[in-house]
Design a protein. Structure first.
Length: 376
């Protein structure tokens, strides 16, 4: 079935990677479909989409930041209106020329001018919400959308639309993330040993300072433990600082394996060998640890819009699938206490988390979305 599908997604990986998963599925299952992708001028979108033989364009856009300072608030609002207007006419030109059968918004402020052009031309539209709490943009455009795809089962209660327009899909994961579960384990590549309990900690590409500090402080507690190993991905901003701190506290007699990597692209390999993840609670991370069934200690980013990472983490915590700690409550001592609690009575606490079941595991999220776009 040949369909013309226009997809838009913001500049961050949290929006781009799920969109990429949908593109992969469309190319595989519906190869006759024509895809046009609109991304932001910043971010990895152009590079990631370059290998998929699809039309890719950028349009002007920016987010609306409501600063406390009245002058900055006025300045930000003027900037937002200017870019929205400019981006709208760019998007309108694309929509009129491409003539899509449906427009899919995968999140990010880049979607605002594109979806506005979709409303203006009365195009069929769909949205995907990665987070538990819908963002302002999806909340506004949901009234115009035929489908609203959600990643969490309870998100529907925050959307004021008819239930028959809401489809629970989960968050689309790239093929390499989904299929890597079936491959073998690779410990030596990362300087780790098979058989040890493996803790992996990260805070995204830029890193999370409180997570880094708490995890490096675990070294003191576990330096004589030959049954545990820790892999920390501190992010580019903090890498040199963490490496220097590690150098100052290690001793050749220590039994703990503690590895530090600035950034790792092959997170599929890392998830495969992880027994426990310590991380922020972005939508992609939540979906990936659900897919790989990895117990987690989640530290939501406290300045996320509408505190959405807190709600993402809470979704797993109330279901017994993760432990949530507030960012300002996190330190090495508290983290150590949680790990000792999980390890107590032959890892009883950890096993209880591992054995909990949760909705959406194994969902072909990208497949559900692709079929609705093409066949719906």
């Amino acid at each position: 079935m040949r369909k013309k599908i226009l997809i838009c997604a913001g500049g961050t990986g949290g929006h781009i990677y799920p969109a990429l998963a949908v593109v992969e599925c469309l190319k595989e299952k519906y190869p006759s479909s024509e895809i046009f992708f609109i991304g932001s001028e910043r971010g990895p979108g152009a590079e990631l989409m370059s290998g998929y033989n699809i039309n890719y364009r950028t349009v002007k856009s920016c987010g609306l930041v409501l600063d406390v300072n009245i002058l900055k608030k006025i300045s930000n609002t003027i900037k937002f209106i200017y870019f929205l207007t400019y981006g709208f006419f760019q998007s309108l030109r694309i929509v009129l020329n491409f003539k899509p059968d449906i427009i899919l918004g995968m999140g990010g402020y880049i979607c605002a001018p594109v979806l506005l052009a979709g409303v203006f031309t009365a195009k069929k539209m769909a949205l995907h919400e990665q987070n538990y709490i819908p963002g302002r943009l999806n909340s506004f455009f949901s009234k115009f959308a035929r489908y609203i795809f959600i990643s969490f089962t309870n998100t529907d209660k925050y959307l004021r639309v008819k239930k028959d327009r809401i489809v629970f899909t989960g968050n689309p994961l790239r093929k390499i993330i989904r299929e890597y579960k079936e491959t073998g384990l690779e410990f030596e590549k990362w300087g780790l040993e098979k058989g040890r309990f493996t803790i992996v900690a990260f805070g995204g590409s830029l890193g999370a300072e409180n997570i880094n500090n708490a995890v490096i402080n675990l070294y003191h507690y576990f330096k004589d433990d030959d049954k545990i190993q820790i892999l920390l991905i501190p992010g580019r901003r903090f890498f040199k600082k963490i490496v220097e701190r590690k150098k100052n506290i290690t001793n050749y007699r220590d039994k703990l394996i503690f590895k530090v990597f600035e950034y790792i692209n092959e997170m599929n390999e890392i998830y495969k060998i992880s027994d426990l993840v310590i991380s922020r609670a972005g939508a992609n991370t939540i979906s990936e640890i659900i897919e790989y069934n990895i117990p987690a200690i989640l530290v939501p980013y406290p300045y996320a819009v509408a505190d959405h990472q807190h709600y993402n983490a809470d979704y797993l915590a109330v279901r017994g699938k993760a432990i949530m700690i507030k960012d300002n409550d996190l330190d090495g001592k508290k983290l150590y206490r949680i790990l000792k609690m999980l390890a107590g009575d032959n890892w009883k606490g950890y096993k209880e988390i591992k054995d909990k079941e949760i909705e959406g595991v194994g969902n072909d999220s990208a497949g559900i979305i692709a079929s609705e776009l093409v066949e719906g």
